[in-house]
Every structure is written in C-alpha cells, then in structure tokens.
Design a protein around this ligand. Structure first.
Ligand SMILES: *Cc1c(COP(=O)(O)O)cnc(C)c1O
Length: 459
C-alpha cells in the first residue's frame, strides 16, 4: 500500500482505501482531496437511487443550470441582508410571487419569509396564532393566567404539529379520522373549539394519504362561529405539498387567501416547489396576523430589515434555487410539469386498481399520490410489507405503514409521484410492480401471522 498522500497516488492503491472511512476521532494527517472525494462518494453508494425513491415528497431532480447556480451561491448567508442585498431581494420576490399565487386580496398586505422547510414554517405559523390569541384576550381585558391554549387539527397531522405543541406548551386537539372521514370532519370540528383555541389547521395534502381537508367548508363553519363569538377563530393551511401544486393544476379550488378566515399558509419549496431540500415558506395574509413580538430586525444596507425566521445563518442557495424555478418555469411551466406528474400517478393508480387486489385510498387526485391497502378478501398469502421488499429488490422504495390513530389497523402503501417520474419511468415501475405480484404469488412464503416483526420470505 502506498503511503504517499499526493495527487498522483492511485486511490485504490493508497493506504486509505485499506482503512475504514468512518472515523470516530480525527486523523492527524490530512488526506488528499482526490482520495477523500472518491472514498466518501463510495461510502454513500448503497443508499439507493433517489429517483426510484417513491417514499419521499422531496425533490430529487433539478436542472443542471439550477444545480450549478446553487453550487455557486452556497457561500451566501440568507440572514446577512446587508452583505447580500440582491439575495434579500430575490427572497422578497419569492414571497411576492407566492402571495400572488395564493390569491391575496388587494386590500391585504401579505408578509412572509423563507424557512428551512415546512416544519420551521409551521412553528412560526403556530407561534403567530398563539401570540395573537394572547393579544386578543388582552384587548378584551381578559388575562391568560392559568389558561392552556389549544390547537385543533385532524389526526392525520404531520409530526411537526406535535413538535410545535410540545415545544410551546400547547394542547393538541385531534379531530379523529375514520373510514368515512379520511380528512378533517368539518361537521365535528367546532366541538373541539373553545375560548383558548389559538387556531385550526387545515391540511392541503395529508401526508399519509394525500387527501385534502375541505378548507372551503371549514372556512364557512369558522365564519359562522366568529359571527356568534367574541373569541375569533382563524385558519392556518398546512400546504406543505398541496400549496405549490393546486394553484397550477386546480386553480379554481378555493383553499387559500381568497377564504376569509385563512390567515397564514406554509409550503415546502422542496416538495412540489421542485427545489432540493431544504427550503420552506410561510406567508401571512396581512401584517395584522403576524404579531410584532415575532419580528426581529437585522441590519440591511445601513438600515434595518425585519426577519421572523427561527434559524439565523443558513445558505441562501436554496432560495436562489427556488427563484430559478419560478423565473425559468413560469406559471405554464409549473403547470405542465405538475399535470404530467398527475397523469403518471393516475396511470399507476389505474393499473394497481385493475389487479383487483387493492382498495384504493387515493388515485392521484388532489396531489399525485397513489395510496392503497390490500382488500380484506384478496386471499393472497403475502402482505404489503412483502410487496415493499419485492419492489425494493428492483430498486423502488415504496413504504408500507399503518394509517394514523383510530385507523391504524389499516396498513397502506403510498407512492409519491414527483416531477422527475416521467411516463416511461412510470411504465417501468408498473412493469416491475406486475412482476413483483407474480413473483409473490408464486413464491414459497414464510407464513407470518404477526405483520409487525416477521415478513421475510424464502424461495
Ligand atoms: C412534509 C410535510 C411537513 C413537513 O415539511 P418539511 O418541509 O419536511 O419540514 C409538514 N406538513 C405536511 C402536511 C407535510 O406533508
């Protein structure tokens, strides 16, 4: 083995190729860049192909020009508004574009910021509701002494809402889902509300199934409530996936700032905003809905600029990537990409349904998610975990998991179609899916009664 650490040592002839790459203590001497690059890249080789990962909502493809631009702007710090004033303007422009896309009525002045993702965005939205609830009580001459604020949401919430409630000591009130209500049960929701409700969250794209809450109907209920109560209810829309999809594919659907009581919306730029992770956005319909206590000033060209993010320093390259997509695709470009993705999702759903084995929960409606369970009378000896294993052998990652609380007897499988799943990749998936079913039906399967621990099989 060659000890020489110079550029011209063949990587696999070097001492380093003979050692573990993962260290628990820094090596004393440096390693050449060439060797480091190769060995680290190799270390990550077996993580699976991100493009075949149908488990994630997160973007797995960007154009080379976008990647180049992002790579070349990594050093820009999004919080340094005076050092990078043009970058700050790019962010403002993104916020303005989203305010327009989410149909902010003219009489309002939308305000917002980029975040690391929807989770940070939801924290900010939740805090704004909490502070506003407190301020409104003060205005009414009521104290908050001994009061426990609560947040109302369907049990299909993403874990970030549980985090929000734990971190900021809010009671999470779950409106349960059942077989007939795979999104928030709007007729029940007001039963969960009281004077200490800081707001209701509507979900545009329930993570488990891709279903939409009926936000228009929710808004009507809230209007009725507000007409009869001094305590004012507001709606936040968690549009992590849907808020960058629906405006292009179903622009007539009212779920956004057109609705009277929707006061804030978050989205993940790294989901259907088509940017690599992590970038998210949170907008308030008007300054009135973002209490001043949550706004901090950073210096900006000798002056001050308001910021409301939780995080401080982070690279601005994701913001620039988001703007690249906005600028490059325009409205019609996003629409074309999303419509095509939805078409692929519907085709995948159709072939899965045609096997007759599955009960379909989502066939690519709303957002391009295909979600299904095995029919109770399907009479097959394998289960969805086995199918997930089989698909994985062909490189496809398609998770199987239980639905949330109250429905957790049902195991589902979910396919998230993304912009980079073109029609011909979609067909390749369908072919593999059929092949996997055939193999499973013919396989000698280890009998498993307990779905949780054993689901391997042998030939
Ligand atoms: C993905 C998701 C989140 C969290 O988004 P991140 O950007 O990953 O932090 C929150 N809510 C919903 C509904 C989601 O689908």
């Amino acid at each position: 083995m060659l000890k020489n650490n110079g550029q011209d040592v063949p990587v696999f002839g070097s001492l380093f190729a003979d050692e573990q790459v993962l260290l628990s203590k820094l090596r004393k001497e440096p390693v050449s860049a060439q060797v480091s690059y190769r060995l680290l890249k190799d270390q990550l080789i077996d993580e699976g192909d991100a493009r075949q990962n149908l488990a994630t909502f997160c973007q797995t493809y960007m154009e080379p020009e976008a990647s180049q631009l992002m790579g070349e702007t990594m050093e820009k710090n999004a919080i340094d508004k005076s050092e990078y004033p043009q970058t700050a303007k790019v962010e403002e422009s993104c916020v303005a574009i989203l305010a327009d896309l989410w149909q902010t009525p003219k009489e309002y002045k939308a305000i917002g910021t980029s975040t690391v993702g929807s989770s940070e965005a939801c924290m900010l939205a939740g805090m704004a509701m909490k502070f506003r609830w407190r301020n409104k009580r003060k205005e009414r001459g009521l104290s908050i002494e001994g009061r426990q604020p609560n947040l109302v949401i369907s049990s299909g919430y993403q874990v970030c809402w549980e985090k929000f409630c734990v971190y900021w000591d809010i009671e999470l009130r779950e409106v349960p889902m059942d077989k007939d209500h795979l999104s928030i049960d709007v007729d029940q929701v007001l039963d969960y509300v009281d004077e200490d409700t800081i707001g209701i969250v509507g979900i545009l794209g329930i993570t488990y199934t891709g279903k939409f809450d009926d936000i228009e109907k929710l808004d009507k209920k809230v209007t009725e409530y507000n007409a009869n109560h001094e305590h004012e209810l507001v709606i936040h829309v968690d549009g992590a996936s849907g808020a960058m999809f629906t405006p292009f594919v179903d622009p007539e659907l009212p779920w956004d700032f057109r609705l009277k009581n929707v006061v804030s919306i978050n989205t993940s730029g790294h989901k259907y905003g088509l940017v690599y992770p992590g970038i998210g956005w949170i907008l308030w319909k008007d300054e009135e809905y973002l209490p001043k206590e949550l706004i901090f000033e950073v210096s900006y060209l000798g002056g001050k600029m308001p910021t409301m993010a939780i995080n401080f320093s982070r690279s601005a390259s994701q913001i620039i990537g988001q703007y690249y997509n906005f600028y490059r695709f325009g409205y019609d470009g996003y629409r074309a990409i999303h419509e095509r993705t939805q078409m692929v999702a519907k085709e995948i759903a159709k072939t899965i349904e045609e096997t007759g084995l599955f009960e379909m929960y989502n066939k690519g409606e709303n957002i391009p998610i295909v979600c299904y369970a095995l029919k109770e009378d399907s009479k097959v000896k394998w289960n969805l975990y086995d199918l997930a294993d089989r698909l994985q052998m062909r490189g496809w990652q398609v998770p199987a998991y239980p639905l949330p609380k109250d429905l957790d007897e049902t195991i589902i499988q979910r396919i998230v179609c993304r912009g980079d799943l073109g029609k011909s990749r979609g067909i390749a998936f369908i072919d593999d899916f059929h092949q996997c079913l055939k193999e499973l039906n013919e396989a000698h399967i280890l009998f498993h009664e307990n779905r949780d621990d054993t689901y391997g099989f042998t030939h």
